[in-house]
Design a binder for this molecule. Structure first.
Ligand SMILES: O=C[C@H](O)COP(=O)(O)O
Length: 248
């Protein structure tokens, strides 16, 4: 773990009703433990403002799961970055592999979304990762480097977070091992430093089947500055166990 304060981020994806948010917030309020990392929950857009209220007084930031590249306009069903900020959100995930796969999002579009997020005062969490076929073909580092370079916003990187999420490890129960994570994160850090001096400030999260049982090892892996948790972030006890696993 580097000097960067780790970030434990939960992505609820398309899961969660008001009652689920209430149970989760009640459990977080009753939690006697703590975390050395910052905590973030990205609920579905319908719960964004309610989550800000539900977590009032708790050290839990709230973020969106996606934003449009434009600040407003005729884009039915989309959400603009200033809307997330106005609801009290401070982060937004962009370029998640599920959006890249389901909506054909390109690196250029992800870059535009990250720039829109920054313009609205949000911290973008830019997701990149290789498919199983790309890993088996030995293309992992080239794929993630190209995606990183293509998805990063122009200019100051100090407020950017990058999440490495191998597509084959998302929701599958498969997790990249510590050596695989360390190799990719070291490469991403080298690329970030080569782009701009502010690349040192970019938090590098790992995502893909992070659970209470593997969080400590992942969080202790060199160049890992936090985790992006899907399924396990829906269960307060699991999210708490992962948050508690942050090393000193
Ligand atoms: O955004 C989160 C990632 O897609 C990981 O999801 P997962 O923890 O359910 O594998």
């Amino acid at each position: 773990m580097s000097a960067l304060k780790p970030l434990i981020a939960g992505n609820w994806k398309m899961v969660g009703l008001p009652a689920d948010l209430k149970s989760f917030a009640d459990a977080m309020r009753a939690w006697s433990g703590g975390s050395r990392g910052g905590l973030l929950i990205c609920p579905p857009a319908t719960l964004l403002a309610a989550a800000v209220q539900a977590f009032d007084g708790l050290p839990i930031a709230v973020g969106g799961q996606d934003c449009h590249a434009k600040a407003s306009g005729a884009h039915t069903g989309d959400i603009a970055a200033p809307m997330i900020a106005a609801a009290g959100g401070t982060f937004v995930i962009v370029g998640h592999s599920e959006r890249r796969a389901d909506h054909g999002e390109t690196d250029a579009q992800v870059k535009a979304k990250a720039e829109a997020a920054l313009a609205a005062g949000l911290t973008p969490i830019i997701c990149i990762g290789e498919s199983l076929a790309q890993r088996q073909a030995g293309e992992t580092l080239a794929v993630v480097e190209a995606s990183l370079r293509g998805s990063l916003p122009s200019g100051d990187l100090a407020r950017v977070v990058v999440a490495y999420e191998p597509v084959w490890a998302i929701g599958t129960g498969l997790t990249a091992n510590a050596d695989q994570i360390a190799e990719v994160h070291a490469h991403l850090r080298k690329v970030l430093l080569s782009i701009d001096g502010t690349g040192a400030a970019v938090k590098l999260l790992y995502g893909g089947s992070v659970k209470p049982g593997n969080a400590a090892e992942i969080l202790a892996t060199p160049d890992v500055n936090g985790v992006l948790v899907g399924g396990a972030s829906l269960v307060a006890a699991d999210f708490q166990a992962i948050a508690s696993a942050c090393p000193a």
